[in-house]
Write a protein that binds this ligand. Sequence first.
Ligand code: DX5
Ligand code: ZN
Length: 217
Amino acid sequence: MKTLCPSILSADFGRLAEEIKIAEKAGADIIHCDIMDGHFVPNITFGPDVVAKVNEITNLPLDVHLMINSPEKYVKSFRDAGADYISVHIENNYHINRLVNQIKDLGAKAGIAINPATPVKTLEYVLEYADFILVMSVNPGFGGQKFVTNSLNKVRELKKIITANDYKCLIEIDGGIGPANIKEVSDAGVDMFVAGASVFKAKDMAGAVKEMKKLIA
Ligand code: DX5
Ligand code: ZN
């Protein structure tokens, strides 16, 4: 099943519970939480305490995207806060194989995120151990940015390798996804779709979720 994962980065944090409920009721599958430290990316968001609150608000699984340095120090805190999926970037982690195992040992699904300029080839010797690959289709740090178009080729390349080797790894895409491009991205082989602004900045949030769910069905 293909899943829609609204990213609360673009939510109104004063009405967070209300907005998450709207997305959940409309058919969202997973809630995506973006963790930024002001070092790996030029923005700061929130930590495990907020994730724990989100976990109280919703029954949906939580997908925690760590855009932070030294994630090995924090993965347990996020797992304890309720993260079901945890992704870490390959660009700032020398020991990605160890980190993937660490996340799996905590009982969460382990994802590896790659920035727009990072080639698929980097994943060659870790792909078989990952539960999912998060293909960044914008430069991480902010919501509401424009989709980097060659991410589509990257997804196709990755999908080919996964299929050829019969790996179980899913493909997630994150950045600039909305009703206008979600179908094309889905056809390229994506399984999990992060959508921030296109859900939480939409005039009709429930309508946006329903429309995108229909397009990936
Ligand atoms: C960007 C984050 C994304 C962000 C996507 O660094 O990783 O999850 O919320 O936002 P949109 O869908 O608005 O591009
Ligand atoms: Zn994200």
